[in-house]
Design a protein around this ligand. Structure first.
Ligand code: DAH
Length: 335
């Protein structure tokens, strides 16, 4: 029979060893070896528990009590140490990986839309809200779409109004977006309500208001019963949205082969003393409607063409069209 006193000595010894070893451990990886030695299934505490059966029945309750206390104390000492070591490891890591938020940051330049793209998008969105669709056409055009179908036959003197870059005898870089009108009407039945933004080319000498490459937005609305009054309404709405309230608008006579009558549209800023031309416009010429197979007795329409650069220059007070192309970042970033 095991003696209660011996058992107590053993318990004390285990507890003393356990305390000393636990104290000495200072990295979490040694904890596991310790756990196996003392708290494991074949560890020293289990070995003591096995002796319980050999204790006198009368003393067993006392022995059991001591052993349970030992087990509980050991387990909580272990977990306290474990927590302590983990916390220390975390503190070390935090100290090592500390980010100094007061250090200067890394400058990353970010890209954004070109002022012309922004103006184009703004104009598109105004007309899209009025129910116009956006259509595009090729920049390399045929003479037919660029001139003939727009009521400018070969050898007509009006062809000289567009200083055109020819690629072959019958293909060219389009000098305006009006040919897109023809392409869209050819494949649609009225009502047609579109705007056509795009790049245009002219053999112009470059100066503050002329560039061999520039952008236009064409507008076309074709259906039964439209008149100049509808055009005026659309333009007044557009002027108010794009330039702001208080602008005045006026039409004056002009000539384009593809419109009859043709008008020049001027606007005047509130308080300003002079009128600015913003676009050419007019009622679609019956010859153009006939060219796309529409019946000009029944179908009417109006159109306009405006320069995007010009719209940007007027709105933002830019005085040289060449600044859009030179890509001086100080200019490009400011709008
Ligand atoms: N295509 C003309 C140009 O570039 C502008 C223009 C005028 C377009 C009147 C139109 C219009 O649609 O009706 O000079």
């Amino acid at each position: 029979m095991a003696k209660l006193a011996d058992l107590r000595d053993d318990i004390k010894k285990v507890e003393a060893d356990l305390g000393a070893q636990l104290e000495a451990i200072d990295d979490p990886s040694s904890l596991e070896a310790f756990r196996v030695e003392f708290l494991g299934r074949k560890g020293r505490i289990s070995a003591l528990l096995k002796q319980l059966g050999a204790v006198e029945p009368a003393e067993r309750a006392q022995a059991g009590q001591w052993l349970n206390d030992l087990k509980d104390r050991s387990a909580s000492a272990f977990s306290a140490r474990e927590t302590e070591l983990r916390r220390r490891a975390m503190d070390d890591r935090l100290a090592k990986e500390r980010a100094d938020v007061t250090l200067p940051g890394v400058y990353r330049p970010y890209g954004h839309a070109h002022p012309l793209s922004k103006v184009q998008e703004e104009i598109e969105s105004i007309f899209m809200r009025m129910g116009f669709d956006v259509a595009t056409g090729p920049e390399i055009e045929t003479e037919y779409y660029n001139f003939e179908a727009l009521n400018i036959p070969a050898d007509h003197p009006a062809r000289a109004d567009w200083d055109t870059f020819y690629i072959t005898d019958s293909t060219l870089l389009r000098p305006h977006t009006s040919p897109v009108q023809i392409r869209v009407m050819e494949r649609s039945t009225p009502p047609v309500r579109i705007i056509c933004p795009g790049r245009c080319y002219r053999r112009d000498a470059q100066d503050a208001t002329h560039s061999p490459v520039f952008h236009q937005i064409e507008l076309l609305w074709v259906e039964e019963g439209l008149s100049l009054a509808n055009l005026k309404f659309v333009l007044e709405l557009f002027t108010k949205e794009y330039f702001g309230p208080g602008y005045e608008m006026r039409f004056s006579g002009d000539f384009f082969p593809f419109t009859e009558p043709s008008v020049q549209v001027h606007i005047k800023a509130p308080g300003a003393s002079h009128w600015l031309e913003i676009m050419g416009a007019g009622m679609v010429d019956p010859a153009v409607l006939t060219a796309v197979g529409y019946d000009p007795e029944r179908i009417t329409g109006f159109a306009f063409g405006l320069g995007i650069e010009r719209m940007a220059m007027l709105k933002y007070g830019i005085d040289d069209i060449r600044t859009f192309l030179t890509n001086d970042l100080r200019f490009v970033h400011q709008l």
